[in-house]
Structure formats: C-alpha cells, structure tokens
Design a protein around this ligand. Structure first.
Ligand SMILES: Cc1ncc(COP(=O)(O)O)c(C=O)c1O
Length: 417
C-alpha cells in the first residue's frame, strides 16, 4: 500500500471547505471597506456582516442581536465568563466541570485566585457529569454555570437540556438568576444547535472546527443576559468586542455553519461508519487496547483509544512519519508529558492514559484512509511494544510471551519479522 496523507485530527481543526473559500474570496479583494465607514465601500462590508449574523442566528434559532463575533472559541468562552461576572459585579460561586477545555478551565482557576469559589463537577467513566451532582452543587451565591456540550478528547455529550431545565426551576425562586453557558465548539456543525431547545443563556462556537476559517468565533448571548465588555476600544459588536471586524472570516463562518448543518445527517452516517470500522479493526488486530469513553452518548467523529504499555506521543510521531495525523490526550507541560485531565477525571489509570490517542474524523475522510491506518498501525504498535519499558517491567515472562508472540502475532503476521 502506497504511503498517503491521512488527516484524523479534525477535532483540532478542519480543512476550509472550497465553498467557504469561494464565499470569502471577494472580501480579500473587491469588498475591502471598513464596516464602520459610512461610504459605499463600508456599507458593502457592513451588509456582509449583517447577512452573516442573520444566517447564523437562524441556524442557532436565535435573534441576530444575540450573535456576537469574536476571534475564536477561546475568546467566546472568555467573554462569556468574564463579561457575565463583570456585569454581575459581586463575587460568588461558579459551577463547571473537570473536563472543560482549558479556555473555560483556566479561566475558572484564574477566578479562584480573585476570590471566586468554583465547584468542578466530576464525571463518570464515560466522561459524563451527573445531574444529581449538579443539583447538589448549586448554592445560594451561585452566579454562573459553564458546562461544555461535548468533550473534545472523548466526545462525551453532556446533559445540557436537563441541566437547563433544572436551572430554570431553581431560578424561578431566586432573585439573582444563575446564568448558563455552554462551550459548543465540538458540537457545532455536528449536531443541530438550537439555543432555545438547549435552554442555554450563552453558547460559544468556533468556525475552524466545522470547515470554516481560523480566527473567527461566535458567542450567542440571550437578550436578557447582561454582560459587560472585557476589552475596550470601538463600538463594534454592541461594544462587547471592539476592533475592526474580520469580514472575510465572518462570511466564511456563516457559510461553513450553513453547509455543515445541511450535511449533518449524511456526515454523521459516513463518519460513524468510518469510526466503527477503525475501532473494530484496531480492537481486533491489536491486543491491550481500550476505548476511552465508549459507553456514553458521544459525537460521532471522535475515537479515543489507549494502547497500553506504550506512549501515545511515540505512537503519534511514528504515525506522523507514515503520513497519518492524530493527537494525544496529554498536554506537554515543561518538557514532561502529563496525562490528560479528561482521562484522569474519568479515572483512567495514568499508565493507560499515557497511551491514549485521539482519532478524529471529518467530512472528507474516506474508507481508504481507514484501510491505510489499519495496515500501518499494528506494525507500529508491535515495534513500540518491543521497545516498551513499561511492558517489560510490569508483566511476567508468560504474559509477555502471550502478548508478543501468540495473540499479537496471530492478528498481525507482519510483526513476525
Ligand atoms: C471544546 C473546545 N472549546 C474551546 C476550544 C478553543 O477554540 P479555539 O481554538 O477556536 O480558540 C476548543 C479547541 O480545541 C475546544 O475543543
């Protein structure tokens, strides 16, 4: 089989769809006005932003005035959190989860340094929070709740609608209403997002995760939610996100969300088929593999698998040499790699978590991509097994014999060499 390039890191970012590039092109050339200018050039740019805002609002079942353009998912999350707390004006209690993206997690940790109290909800072995835990966590001084829609490492979908319902009941008897934000960066373009059905007050998304351009995010803010600016300058985006708008990317974001939404169902079928084929192929061919978070309702495009006794990073590098792009769950901190905070929260054994690799599919992946991975991966794992100090130290001679020669080699004849 010839070497090919296989991109299985679509949860990190996606290729920009050609239809999106086409839609954006005029805004790099003919339509270059500043949308704040009153002349013809400015008005053309302003019209493009207005139309994009309406399109995105329609797709999310929101009003155009509730849509704010930002520079990315991280900025949307930050404006939601700090904007809400700034407007509230008093310190209080926040509820979030242990498995949030760092955009939320680190913001909450930062707030703790300034005297806010934060409850980090734990998750079960599938990466899902408990509604009961959530209800118990609510206090008289709770101001804000931020729970991600789907996790970026294992794909687990959180019970957002149920939490929103609970909050609605809790808020009925409270003077100071608790605001509910969700980071929907990993679900936009994969699930139909209806802010009214979800019942959230704020929702963040990022275009580069759904075949749109990088550098553009969206924040939905329900009209009765008050947020204060966290950046200062111009009057752009209702004064909440000052700075000349990134028109080409705004237009691209709206187009990308539109075409992703049209293709949600067909994509889901296609991607699920590829994911299951890869999962089955890996589990059958390679011993000592575990799927992380496999039992939960999850987005269809993520497959997180641990290859016990080997380092996920080593696997990533060797796959890269074969043209296959994946990612690991671990964050490299000051030269040492730490197990992923998500897998740790799911009580995955640290040794198992070190061997975790995330395969994330996108619209453009094909069956040939999966066949190529299934051809290449067992040989790489076999090689890494033979070099694994963990494997050599932790198993008895008989277990090593079984793994190396019998079970492993039976499924992967090529590793006999
Ligand atoms: C769940 C989640 N939230 C936020 C972000 C940050 O998005 P951006 O890269 O647009 O800042 C990511 C990116 O990986 C993510 O997966």
């Amino acid at each position: 089989m010839k070497k090919r390039k296989v991109y299985l890191d679509n949860s990190a970012t996606t290729v920009v769809a050609s239809e999106v590039i086409k839609e954006m092109e005029p805004y790099f050339g003919a339509i270059y006005g500043n949308p704040s200018s009153f002349h013809f050039f400015g008005r053309m740019a302003k019209t493009a932003i207005d139309k994009s805002r309406v399109k995105i609002a329609d797709l999310l079942n929101a009003n155009p005035e509730e849509i704010l353009f930002t520079s990315c998912g991280t900025e949307s999350d930050n404006i939601a959190i700090f904007g809400l707390l700034n407007a509230y004006g008093k310190k209080g209690h926040i509820i979030t989860t242990r498995i949030e993206h760092h955009a939320v997690l680190y913001s909450c940790r930062h707030l703790e340094e300034f005297g806010y109290e934060v409850t980090y909800l734990g998750v079960d072995k599938d990466g899902v929070i408990s509604v009961e835990d959530f209800k118990k966590a609510v206090k008289d001084n709770t101001i804000f709740v931020s729970i991600m829609h789907a996790n970026n490492e294992v794909g687990a979908i959180q019970p957002i609608e149920i939490i929103a319902n609970e909050l609605k009941k809790i808020n009925e008897s409270r003077k100071n209403k608790i605001c509910f934000h969700t980071d929907a960066v990993q679900t936009a373009g994969k699930l139909f997002l209806d802010v009214k059905k979800l019942g959230v007050d704020m929702l963040a998304l990022s275009a580069h995760k759904f075949n749109g351009p990088k550098g553009i995010g969206v924040l939905y803010v329900k009209k009765d939610i008050k947020i204060s600016p966290v950046m200062f300058g111009g009057h752009h985006e209702s004064g909440l996100r000052p700075g000349t708008e990134n028109i080409a990317s705004i237009v691209g974001c709206a187009k990308a969300l539109e075409i992703s939404n049209i293709a949600i169902e067909s994509n889901e079928k296609h991607i699920l088929y590829l994911r299951e084929k890869l999962k089955k192929g890996i589990l059958e061919a390679i011993p000592e593999t575990v799927v992380n978070g496999s039992g939960a309702r999850a987005v269809s495009n993520i497959l997180n698998i641990s290859f016990n006794y080997i380092e996920g990073e080593a696997l990533l590098l060797m796959l890269d040499m074969k043209g296959i792009a994946v990612s690991t769950g671990s964050a490299c901190a000051s030269g040492s790699s730490e197990p992923s905070h998500v897998l740790s929260s799911m009580c995955v054994d640290p040794v198992v978590a070190q061997g975790a690799v995330r395969f994330s599919f996108g619209h453009y992946n094909t069956e040939e991509d999966v066949d190529y991975v299934l051809k290449v991966l067992p040989k790489i794992v076999s090689k890494l097994y033979s070099m694994s100090p963990v494997l050599n130290l932790s198993l008895s001679d008989r277990e090593r014999q079984y793994l190396r020669e019998k079970k492993f080699n039976r499924k992967t004849p090529s590793s006999k060499r």
